[in-house]
Write a protein that binds this ligand. Structure first.
Ligand code: AMP
Length: 109
């Protein structure tokens, strides 16, 4: 996916300050943060959205996000996966938002 911005980040063609990286995934700060801490965790493989991911891959990604969030946000956090138009997805490469550093409100906007 040569035009996918998150594929370019995963391939280090666009530099980001990674807060976590392994063979299959990378986490970095969102360029437009919605909370004091706002990280994105993405698979390096291009997967368009949560519906396209395997159960095994999604399970690993969710566990990684939770571990990272627990480390960075001991007072609590919110994990978000926007999907499709109504879900507010703007980048069509699966990503988990890790949000925290302030009390979260409900319902979300
Ligand atoms: P979504 O609306 O759920 O698809 O989220 C896409 C997120 O990617 C938004 O929060 C953007 O601010 C973020 N984003 C887009 N481009 C970059 C980038 N180059 N580096 C970091 N975050 C980005």
């Amino acid at each position: 996916m040569s035009e996918c911005i998150f594929c370019k980040i995963a391939a280090h063609q666009i530099p980001v300050k990674a807060v976590y990286e392994d063979e299959h995934s990378i986490a970095f700060a969102d360029v437009n943060p919605q909370s004091p801490t706002h990280l994105l965790l993405i698979p390096k493989q291009h997967i368009a959205n949560v519906n396209a991911g395997s159960a095994e891959m999604l399970g690993h990604l969710l566990k990684k996000a939770a571990n990272l969030a627990e480390r960075e946000l001991p007072d609590g956090f919110r994990l978000v996966i926007n999907t499709g138009g109504d879900g507010g997805q703007t980048v069509h490469h699966l990503h988990l938002h890790i949000l925290g550093g302030r009390p979260m409100t409900w319902p979300p906007g």
